[in-house]
Structure formats: C-alpha cells, structure tokens
Design a protein around this ligand. Structure first.
Ligand code: PAF
Length: 310
C-alpha cells in the first residue's frame, strides 16, 4: 500500500531550524540525509534508511545545498542540476519531516576563514584529480552537523571515500549529536537494472554515453568475481573488461582496504578472507563518474552481490 506523502517543513535559515517549537521536538533521533538535491531513486533509498532508523518517534531532515566549496574551478557547479520542487516531492513521499535548503549566503556569509583539513586520505583517489574537494565536503558537512545537530546521519556508499572521511571527521573532531555520539550510517549503492550506480550526474549522459557508463560497474563486478583468485587475477579481469570497453577515459581503478589504506604489495601477505574495496573513476564524454564495490579476497563472491554498510 502506498503511504501518503507527509507535509514537509522547508527551513531556509539557521533561525528557521532553531524556531522549531519545543513541543514538536522529536522523542526519537534526528536523522539527517545531506544531499545536493537533484534527488533520484538512490537518494530516496537513503531517505528510506533514515526513516527506518528514525522510527516512529524520530525525525528525518534532508538538507539540499549545492556546496560551491567542494567544486573545483573547472567543474560543473553552474550546470549541476537544481530541481527543488521535484526534490520536495521525493522528500514528502519518503517521509522526511524537514528539508533544510539554505542559500549560499546563509551558509557562507563571507569567504570561509576556517575550514576542515581532511588529512592524507583526501590526497588519494578522488583527491588526486579534485584537489580541495574533500576540504569543501568536510567543511560543509561539519556546518550541517552544527546546524541540524543530528543524532544519526546517512551517507551513500556510492561516494565511498567521502563516507570514510566523514567517519574520520566525526571521530577526530569528537562531533556528537544532541543525545550523545553521532552515528554515521553508510547506505548501500542503489543501481539501475544494468548495474549503473545511480547518480545525479547520470542525467548528463546521452544514449551512447549511458551505455558506455555501465563499464564502471562491469569492471567492478569482474574484480569482485576474480578476487576469489587474488588481487592480481582481479586486476587482470578488470584490464580485460576495460580493453573490451574501448575508449573509456579511466582515471583510476584501485583495490584497497575498507579503510582505504593500501593492501600489502606481496599477494602472499593477503590471507584469504581479507575484506577490500575496489574503486573506479572514469570520464564518459565530459562527465566524470565514480563507483566502488566491497569484496573479499580469496573467497568466491555471492551473486547477486550484497554490499551491506561498512
Ligand atoms: O554527497 C553529496 O551529495 C555531498 O558531497 C554532500 C555530502 C551533501 C556535501 O555537500
């Protein structure tokens, strides 16, 4: 049975968030889903995870803010899709109570002087191509945590390096919620039927590019399958998939530990059963796509794959 859409309160300012009357403060946890809008089925699945975690007494807050601080000078800040009315409908349908949608001036009244230094984990993978990106992400996420004061926050595993860094942010800066520790939930990546990870940037792809884009998940599933025979076999399978895909502009493909540290170089030093993460980024036309998959080295993968949260 379809659930009726709930009425969503739209908060535009810090003052709006603070004027929530005491008698409407939830008995259960406040669960935040930070987004940049252009909501699709992947975001809807994050809001559902949040709704489930909030329970009957809790409240789900979705933030919608295209954060200029995390875009490089040659990136897609200006053309990033903005679809507020449709986003609001998704939030209502999935049971969010509040949408926090501040303006850029509200979030950054001036050039920010204090920002979050993300450390060495931000130098690898995405950080190599997008210098300053994670400083922007962690700064805005820290601000959102300060403004909304959630007890729980839900992020997609699709942006796996971001998720690992946000866990690090919360641990290293001792950020807590209004009732104690702030819990970070990593929600599994939502995929199209052909394996393509859902992303707001998929809407930039034309039909041919959309077809090419499935290479990313095909490579990852090949890596996961062949990881049963070790890291070298997995990388060989990935190279074979990439050769078949032709002119994909690969940025990186790496297999790392779940915390994104490097695996030992010597395959003999990786015992069967070692958990790992395969991560890929590639440009399809002018659109840069990323994806990742959890796997276990030396153990046959189950099909259909179950990702779980990390
Ligand atoms: O994953 C995103 O959509 C963004 O990086 C986030 C976490 C909302 C910060 O702007």
């Amino acid at each position: 049975m379809a659930t009726a859409p709930s009425v969503v309160v739209v908060a535009r300012t810090r003052a709006d968030l603070l004027t929530e009357p005491a008698d409407r403060r939830p008995a259960g946890p406040v669960v935040l889903v930070p987004t940049m809008g252009a909501l699709h089925e992947g975001h809807a699945s994050l809001i559902r995870v949040a709704r489930e975690r909030a329970g009957d007494g809790g409240t789900v807050v979705v933030s919608i803010f295209v954060n200029p601080l995390q875009f490089g000078p040659n990136e897609d800040l200006d053309r990033y899709p903005r679809t507020f009315d449709e986003d609001l409908a998704v939030c209502g349908r999935e049971g969010a109570a509040v949408v926090f949608a501040p303006t850029v001036d509200e979030m950054y009244p001036g050039e920010p002087q204090v920002t979050v230094e993300p450390g060495p984990l931000a130098e690898i993978l995405e950080g190599r191509t997008r210098p300053g990106h994670f400083r922007g992400v962690l700064t805005v996420v820290a601000k959102l945590f300060g403004l909304v004061r959630p007890d729980v926050a839900v992020f997609g595993e699709k942006d796996y390096q971001q998720l690992v860094l946000i866990r690090q942010l919360v641990a290293d800066l001792c950020i807590s919620g209004s009732r104690g520790a702030l819990e970070i939930i990593g929600a599994p990546t939502d995929r199209e039927a052909d394996g393509l990870a859902r992303s707001s940037r998929n809407r930039y792809l034309d039909d041919e590019q959309r077809r090419q884009a499935t290479t990313l998940s095909r490579v990852l599933y090949a890596v996961r399958r062949e990881a049963a025979y070790g890291v070298e076999a997995a990388m060989a399978a990935a190279r074979a998939e990439l050769r078949m895909a032709g002119n994909l502009d690969l940025d990186y493909l790496e297999i790392r530990s779940p915390d994104l540290t490097e695996l030992p170089r010597d395959p003999a030093a990786i015992p069967p059963g070692t958990p790992a993460r395969a991560l890929i980024a590639a440009r399809v036309g002018s659109t840069r796509l990323i994806d990742n998959l959890g796997l276990t080295i030396g153990v046959p993968a189950t099909d259909p794959p179950s990702e779980g949260s990390s």
